[in-house]
Design a protein around this ligand. Structure first.
Ligand code: GRF
Length: 277
């Protein structure tokens, strides 16, 4: 795994999102759980589950010294990505700049709506029909960085803030691990992940080729191009293979579909009958 895929989770409290990130880790590994609150309940859970933990209160030493120690702990753990999960302290602009583009957060609203605190009460007071949560990149602007993914839940008549918070929290637990996986995985990691979940596939290590029953169905080259078996509506009809570009904004639903179709065009009959996908 690359450095980006070694993740630190920063918490201040119970850490229910942290638990989801650990239990549903795919494409990343949690290298450290860190907290500004040595008494945070989530730290106890993490330590009991064999994770490396670190904590320090900024009280008494000040923000600059605290963040310098945090930064050192993150580097010592080989961390390349930071996931804030109920971390209730604002990171300084300097810290954010040092980790630019490598910090993500989950926020309990449909950003850009309701930045800051009391999101659920504000959504109810506004008479909104829906609430939700957002995973976003952390920038110097509070809850202002690029939104990577969102999940929506209804606001029911007579909901109070706690009831709504519980519904949103359940959505957070499903959303955050999925978006963090997507954030840290390279296109090749994702292609591999999809290819290897299909029945009886193998990877020709070092060649970036995936096979079923010894026949290639996905090839990946270093320029982020995936080659799959051609289907009828492909424009390029000159070969049995077609190239799909995996740079820029990638439509992963259609990429996953192309990998599965290529597998179907390659797999022997007995595997197709067994169901394929
Ligand atoms: C969650 O509502 C999250 O959206 C917000 O803080 C809360 C943390 O809960 N950032 P937990 O500690 O993950 O249980």
């Amino acid at each position: 795994m690359s450095n980006e895929q070694a993740v630190a989770i920063l918490i201040s409290g119970r850490g229910s999102n942290m638990i989801s990130l650990i239990e549903q880790a795919r494409g990343y590994r949690v290298a450290l759980v860190a907290s500004d609150k040595p008494e945070a309940a989530g730290l106890v859970w993490a330590a009991a589950h064999g994770l490396a933990t670190w904590s320090l209160s900024p009280k008494g030493i000040g923000k600059v010294a605290y963040e310098a120690r945090l930064d050192a702990a993150l580097h010592a753990a080989g961390v390349g990505t930071i996931a804030l999960a109920g971390y209730m302290r604002l990171l300084s602009d300097d810290f954010v700049a040092r980790w630019r583009g490598r910090i993500v957060n989950i926020h309990p609203s449909l950003l850009p709506l309701y930045k800051g605190l009391d999101t659920h009460a504000r959504a109810i007071a506004a008479g909104d029909a829906e609430a939700g949560c957002s995973v976003h990149v952390v920038t110097e602007e509070l809850d202002g960085g690029k939104v990577l993914g969102q999940s929506r839940v209804p606001i029911l008549p007579n909901d109070d803030a706690d009831e709504l918070a519980a519904r949103v929290l359940a959505a957070e637990h499903a959303l955050y691990p999925r978006i963090l996986s997507e954030f840290v995985m390279t296109p090749f990691d994702r292609v591999r992940d999809v290819a290897l979940t299909l029945p009886e596939t193998e990877e020709l290590i070092g060649k970036s080729v995936f096979t079923v029953a010894g026949e290639a169905f996905v090839k990946f080259d270093g320029d982020a191009t995936m080659t799959v078996r051609r289907v009828e509506d492909d424009v390029d009809g000159s070969t049995n293979w077609t190239s799909i570009d995996l740079t820029g904004d990638i439509d992963w639903v259609s990429v996953e579909d192309r990998i599965a179709r290529s597998w179907e065009l390659t797999a022997p009959a007995h595997l197709l009958e067994a169901g394929g996908r």
